[in-house]
Design a protein around this ligand. Sequence first.
Ligand code: 13P
Ligand code: SF4
Length: 339
Amino acid sequence: MEEIIDLKEKISELAQVGFLDINIDPTIDIFAEIDKLKKEKNAVILAHYYQEADIQDIADYIGDSLQLAQKAKETTADIILFAGVHFMAETAKILNPTKKVILPDLKAGCSLADSCPPEDFAAFKNKFPGYAVVSYINCSAEIKALSDFICTSSNAEFIVNSIPKEQGIIFAPDRNLGAYLAKKLNREMVLWDGSCMVHEIFSLDKIRTLKEKHPHAKMIAHPECEAAVLELADFIGSTTGLLKYTQTDDAQEYIVATETGILHKMQQASPHKTFIPAPPNNSCACNDCPHMKLNTLEKIYLCLKYELPELLMDENLRVQAKIPIDRMLEISVAAGLKG
Ligand code: 13P
Ligand code: SF4
């Protein structure tokens, strides 16, 4: 018994620093073991489209940020394993607090969420009294607690449109999504100056050259990209929006300006079409999110086995952060956006 407790403590220590890297018997069938653990423990695996292909394939549900929040809220499983990043697991805990929420690697953060520290944001907000605060879901629970509405890339237009025209809006933390919405909805908004490291990496010159090489390819982009990249796009949408577009549109080739994980689902859904990742500004040929890609099958196996690391949060913070998320979910259901 003592040994088990020691092992749990050791794993907890490792898990808390995001280092769940203990040896796994190389002869086990990790897919079968994960499946077995899921059934034994009544656990559900929710995975974002930016996860690696194997993780998407073992997940019970794959979706964009809104769909995953909706699934997390309604699941009857005892354990939610979130194959995504910290703010997503935190949102799941906020919405479904009686469930045990586990995240394979606690270090899976988000550059966008990190670009908005709560103390700085509170001071910024104080400069605009009476403004409604709309925050993109890619932010910490503390920022959510300072917000009036949360939005995701698939419902942001509905959320902003639900706010009376005469009311000022602060939009945080993504300046690119904010600028895209302000232009599209012809709405003035005060923008927090944050961004996502993955969606800011695309090279305009390389995209132009690629378009010349593939004149029939359509370019599709996530609204977290910079305005100059969005201007080159034939279609702009959330991760799910982009996926649906490639399924219904009749082009045969697409240049995809977002994280590369989504290409797996696009290719599965349209096996005869060609998907080309938009080229980044650096010498690496990939647009992988380093945070999303911290999750691995091995960490998922250990996470399920030991039910660690667990996402825990302060109850007052959770209650405060839930208010603007609930508003978002209500508006999303009214708009017909269901996971
Ligand atoms: P969506 O899931 O809303 O498309 O957002 C993409 C993203 O950056 C998630 O981290
Ligand atoms: Fe954050 Fe960007 Fe990674 Fe999404 S893709 S988790 S916004 S850093």
